[in-house]
Design a protein around this ligand. Structure first.
Ligand SMILES: [Zn+2]
Length: 339
């Protein structure tokens, strides 16, 4: 059996550090502040999400991994904890709470977990300076970042110090939907943001990286996107046409968007087996790794069955289960024990 690596799974600490300053209290996240029994995460006084021990307990996660046939989870912070809306020094307190948890889970079961950490990317230089420690002290494989950073798209040249450090250290970067830009200009109806706008924001992030020439400047970067790259698959043809029509976006991008898109990675979290097959065999072959969004309500349940239901050829199937994840993490995981 081919191992199954879940690249998109989240953790959240059972306890979070208190607000470092009084005035931050209304926006600071707090666990177990509603009840000592229930794992409710409050943002200030507002309930953000009910969590349970799947978010922080290795053994509980291993039970579900055994049930689902998942060989290894790659752990990343609950995106709301990326904390771009705080001063970078305050945000670093929350980032490190996630980093410590992820590092301890990964160290406790090195054959079953890998980790992606958090850095205060609202200050790209501080984020770049935080990366070496995440690799050397925390043993993390890379970092998770938001699809926008307080309204700035990741293809913006302001983030070059961060991209340069990630490339130099060989750390992968997982781009996850967070606080979609489009949500800021509308009064979104219930559920509109996570279900409709997350994939839009991920596509905006990917397009900004493609059009901004990030991979031209940092060709060894390994960048992956949540939610199958969101809407990117449907706009690649349009981006290519625009690239030809504008002399490569005025020579900002040396290769066509669809060619550069094939240097990046995307998860399988699209909930539609026919679309997964299109991505994995036609649009972005060899670039799709498994991602479930465990342990949240929206997660892809029975991921092995979902992937198998796409009817992929043998090569694409092996790539989605383990090959693309190995390449993204920079580590051969094909010999990890299948479960
Ligand atoms: Zn997620």
């Amino acid at each position: 059996m081919i191992p199954l690596i879940d690249l998109h799974s989240h953790v959240s600490p059972a306890m979070l550090p208190g607000s470092p300053r009084e005035e931050l209290q209304p926006r600071w996240p707090c666990m177990h502040c509603l009840s000592s029994q229930k794992g409710s995460l409050l943002i200030g006084d507002t309930l953000f999400r009910d969590l349970d021990w799947r978010s922080w307990d290795a053994d509980r996660r291993l039970e579900d991994m055994a049930r689902d046939g998942v060989s290894m989870q790659v752990l990343s912070p609950m995106p709301e904890l990326l904390s771009y809306w705080f001063d970078p020094k305050d945000a670093a307190v929350l980032c490190d709470a996630s980093n410590h948890l992820i590092a301890s889970l990964a160290a406790s079961h090195p054959a079953r977990f890998r980790g992606l950490g958090a850095v205060p990317l609202q200050d790209p230089v501080a984020a770049a300076q935080a990366l070496p420690r995440l690799k050397s002290e925390f043993g993390l494989s890379g970092v998770e970042i938001g699809s926008n950073i307080m309204g700035r798209l990741p293809g913006d040249a302001a983030f070059d110090p961060f991209w340069a450090a990630a490339e130099e250290l060989g750390m992968c970067v997982f781009v996850h939907a967070l606080h979609p830009v489009a949500a800021k200009t509308i009064d979104p109806p219930p559920f509109y943001v996570p279900f409709a706008l997350f994939p839009v924001d991920v596509a905006m992030a990917a397009a900004s990286i493609l059009m901004g020439g990030v991979l031209d400047r940092f060709p060894a970067l390994r960048i992956g996107f949540s939610h199958g790259g969101g809407a990117l698959g449907s706009i690649l043809g349009r981006l290519d046409t625009g690239w030809h029509a504008t002399d490569g976006f005025k020579q900002r991008a040396h290769a066509s968007p669809s060619a550069t898109a094939r240097q990046m990675f995307y998860d399988s979290n699209v909930y539609d087996p026919a679309y997964l097959k299109f991505l994995a065999e036609t649009a972005l072959p060899g670039r799709i790794f498994t991602g479930t969004d465990y342990p949240y309500d929206i997660m892809q349940r029975s991921p092995a069955e979902f992937i198998s239901s796409a009817g992929l050829d043998a090569r694409a199937l092996a790539s989605v289960r383990v090959g693309a994840a190995s390449e993204f993490l920079g580590e051969d995981l094909t010999q990890v024990m299948a479960h």
